[in-house]
Design a protein around this ligand. Structure first.
Ligand code: AMP
Ligand code: MG
Length: 363
């Protein structure tokens, strides 16, 4: 399939979005930017169109999609009824990086909801996303525009790398502002539950709702079955083995990285302060996200993909505290690392025994 590429910087008369939206209306799948990550969109009320998304991504069919709308009132035809919590959230945080799970109406195809009796709905704030939905004149089902299992794309070049030849088109609207996916809140129960942390923080939600719970599966509780089916899949994974390093252990990271790089190419994902304390040596790639959690959120997925390109054997990633956007970022980082963490004592032991370090790096 020929994949059309529209660059909005060179599109002066708005033809690009009209063409892209026309393809969606015709039942094709087209990628476009949102404030969180790039989405792969199709007509959310057309089951056959929605199936093209699953095919292009290689996405398991039991993983439901989010419907994107351009006006708050458009949720009313997708749901059999909103709870008070849902109304408050919509009023307060839309348009923006917040998805609400609501009871679905009969017009939502099974392909979208994966057979559940609920549906996920979001009104994005990105002007390109909003205009695409408005022009298409239908809710757009749109998961992240990556091959399933890879980090979500936050720029159009990354979408192209994954999706060229697999979808009808890509709208290039620059780099996404938030960099991690939307927060998903289940509003159908007594107490609102965060199923996936994201662009709207837990603190922001609590400020308007009072008590908000976290789905136990987010804490890595093995027995807990995630209520957002997609959260069970191994997402965001780079090819190399990855470890989170945080707190006290961070002080030992520069030496560990330097020693490990003697055996194989190693990458360190870290903020400016840690980056400055690292010695530049051969085989050591320092990916510096800058100064705060917001910068890390914007860059994390691109850095994970960069590690794949560099062909490193091992990745050490600096962890941040889990307040604000830190909760979403650490959820993605820990998943990428398969929940592997290195403690200060473990680093100490590796530094004391060179053959142990070698087998740790090359395993
Ligand atoms: P993505 O579109 O890739 O951002 O993934 C959408 C996420 O929303 C996945 O984790 C889905 O499992 C989750 N999701 C979509 N619909 C529902 C629903 N009705 N109930 C719970 N989670 C949902
Ligand atoms: Mg995704």
């Amino acid at each position: 399939m020929q994949t059309h590429y529209w660059n909005l910087q060179t599109d002066t008369d708005g033809a690009a979005l009209r063409e892209a939206a026309a393809l969606i209306k015709k039942g094709e799948a087209v990628a476009f930017p949102t404030e969180t990550v790039y989405g792969l969109g199709a007509d959310g009320l057309n089951g056959a169109a929605v199936r093209k998304i699953f095919e292009a991504k290689g996405r398991p069919s039991d993983n439901p999609l989010i419907l994107h709308i351009a006006a708050k009132k458009d949720i009313l035809k997708l749901t059999s009824g909103l709870t008070k919590q849902a109304e408050i959230l919509i009023d307060k945080f839309w348009p923006g990086p917040l998805t609400v799970i609501v009871a679905k109406s009969s017009i939502v195809p099974d392909e979208v909801s994966a057979g559940l009796d609920t549906v996920a709905v979001r009104m994005p704030s990105h002007p390109v996303a909003a205009e695409m939905i408005r022009l298409a004149g239908t809710p757009i089902a749109a998961p992240s525009a990556n091959i399933s299992g890879k980090p979500s794309p936050t720029d159009a070049e990354t979408v192209l790398a994954d999706m060229q030849g697999r979808i009808a088109g890509i709208v290039d609207g620059g780099v996404c502002e938030v960099g991690v996916e939307s927060t998903i809140v289940d509003t159908t129960g007594e107490v609102p539950v965060i199923l996936r942390p994201g662009g709207i923080t837990r603190e922001q939600l609590e400020a308007v709702l009072g008590n908000v719970e976290l789905d136990p599966a987010l804490a890595g509780v093995e027995a807990a079955k995630p209520k957002a089916p997609g959260m069970k899949y191994r997402h965001y994974a780079p090819k190399a083995s990855m470890y989170v390093v945080e707190g006290e252990a961070l002080k030992k990271l520069p030496l560990l990285a330097k020693e490990a790089a003697k055996f194989a190419p190693v990458a360190v994902i870290c903020g400016g302060e840690v980056a400055e304390s690292m010695q530049r040596t051969q085989n050591l790639h320092i990916l510096n996200w800058g100064s705060g959690k917001t910068d890390l959120a914007v860059k994390l997925y691109r850095m994970l993909r960069r590690c794949d390109k560099l062909g490193v054997e091992l990745i050490f990633s600096e962890g941040v505290t889990e307040d604000g956007i830190g909760l979403a970022v650490m959820n993605r980082m820990r998943k990428a690392a398969g929940r592997q963490v290195l403690t200060s004592d473990e680093i100490e032991a590796l530094l004391k025994n060179s053959s142990q370090l070698k087998s740790f790096v090359l395993k």
